[in-house]
Write a protein of this length. Sequence first.
Length: 397
Amino acid sequence: MDKELTPLADRLRPVSLSQVIGHENITGKGKLLDKLLKGSFLVSMIFWGPPGSGKTTLARIIASEAKAEFVELSAVNSGKKEVMKIIEAAKLNRELNRPTILFVDEIHRFNKAQQDAFLPYVENGTITLIGATTENPSFEVISALLSRCRVIVLEPLSNSSVISIIKNAASALKLTDKVLPNNIIELIADLSGGDGRGALNLLEIALQLSPHKTITPETIFSAAQKQFPLHDKAGESHYNLISAFIKSLRAGDVSACFYYMARLLQAGDDPKFVARRMIVFASEDIGMAAPAALNIAVSTFLAVERIGLPECRYNLFNCAAVLAKAPKSRQVADAMSRAISAAEQYPNLPVPLHLRNAPTKLMKDLGYNEKYKWQAGFKHEKGNLPPEIQNLEIFID
């Protein structure tokens, strides 16, 4: 391929660990990947991180430095048939004492059956599997495969790392400070959101928009169009945002919960999902302190269901404000946890005879329902719990 037709991010892709910028906690001297490669010891692994954090780059470097055959597969457009062809080739490589690294991009897109196909060959060493995913592997990768792989978390690149990547690109392209001033480098880094590839793509477009001229902030914003939310409604960032939303409600921070809810809706989350979470919150965190909160949350869900976007946003934000400002109580929620724990600890205690139903004479003769009276507020002299846990306190006033 013509070098000029190759994207800048691919042309400048690091080819050794020493060239990698960021992730020093795993690529630095004496760290995990450095030790594995120096010891010529390959292990199957899953790189979990956001777009542009270096997952593919690290996989290629590992294969290159391990002198292994590198086979790249995308789970988006590949299936079990393609996997088995690669496995057969890997078996031949193994006879020649050459390792095979199978890199599966977006491994979370493979279903259970497709992931199952890897298991025996990862187990016996026919292939070393390196998966890449932007989704939490705990949710998307089967446990059997997960247990055979080392999960390596790649955080978004720091702002300083992205700046270093841009400066390296400027040096490689022989860009002067006049063409690419420091304030523009910092602006590109800010807009990239920790995505190294995205930063280089943005730089490349900006250069095309202003050849041989000073790149201005207007050029950068024109090239970027907008900063898209780094959020997949089925993935990890979804759970982080909803967690932040609920915790902001709990803290009574209306501004924060409004912000996180706006992020969720902007990224395409179902407003009914948000409404359902507020119903749970109304019982879990408000409970007896303001019992009417549950009615408001349920009414909000019904309104959202009937009205839909965009108008139902008024319902959601009003409800969030009420829940955030409401007094909080975990009395019932904590008691529920203690009840569940007691049920798990004593799962088979017989119900006391005096509390049992007695539809037949035999049951009555055996003492079922004995001395029980059907009247308001009746308290039996023997209490209501089995004798073994008679003093157990679950609901604490």
